[in-house]
Design a protein around this ligand. Structure first.
Ligand SMILES: [Zn+2]
Ligand SMILES: [Zn+2]
Length: 210
């Protein structure tokens, strides 16, 4: 949200408290908006921003406490996990002219981003982009529905915790059926013969028994 700081700029107010809600979809961000992961879901108005803008030593400061409710899939079982993150944001608010000064006076290799600074446009400042960026940074690398989440069965794709008989079926396959055992023996023999033949060239082969 674009916050109009005219009152603080002209000294009518020392502090300007603000509070608003937004979501990535409704964020006031320009073309270089932060790209959040596709599987991160933040509902409409899921981000609460409460803060104030005040002047201190000729500067404007913005401080805000951000509470973001979000949903991400469990990294193992893909179940949706509802979670909340909270963090504080502190920024110096500068006018466009101050930005130009900073560019040429402070840092020759300026890359277009000065940390901890928000810029004024027409006496307005918008922290949405910085907040989304911070949300990205605050996201846990791996989200699990529980530390001992067993994940999905690699065979049928169902949740292991819900139970499936794939493991037993696999185990049963390994205990060879007597009829299968005969076939298996024939197959092994055939393979052994082939290997031997390949070794001896075109000579007729003898069965090798182990
Ligand atoms: Zn899980
Ligand atoms: Zn299964």
């Amino acid at each position: 949200m674009k916050l109009d700081v005219t009152q603080v700029l002209n000294g009518r107010l020392d502090r300007m408290p603000f509070s608003y809600r937004f979501s990535p979809a409704s964020a006031d961000v320009g073309e270089d908006s932060v790209i959040l992961p596709e599987d991160l879901v933040i509902a409409d108005d899921g981000i609460l921003v409460e803060g104030e803008i005040y002047s201190v030593g000729g500067y404007l400061r913005l401080t805000a406490h951000v509470t973001a409710e979000y949903v991400v899939p469990c990294a193992r079982c893909l179940d949706p996990i509802e979670d909340t993150m909270e963090f504080d944001l502190e920024r110096t608010v500068r006018s466009g002219e101050a930005v130009q000064d900073a560019v040429y006076d402070d840092d020759e290799e300026w890359d277009g981003v000065l940390e901890d600074v928000l810029y004024l446009t027409d006496s307005r400042v918008c922290p949405d982009g910085d907040i989304l960026e911070q949300i990205l940074l605050e996201m846990p690398m791996v989200s699990l529905c529980s530390d001992d989440c067993e994940g999905l069965c690699p065979i049928c794709g169902h949740k292991k915790a819900e139970g499936c008989d794939c493991a037993e079926k696999e185990a049963a396959k390994k205990v060879i059926d007597p009829r299968m055992a005969k076939l298996q023996a024939l197959l092994d023999q055939y393979k052994a013969e082939e290997a031997e033949e390949a070794g001896r060239g075109e000579k007729s082969s003898e069965k090798s028994e182990e």
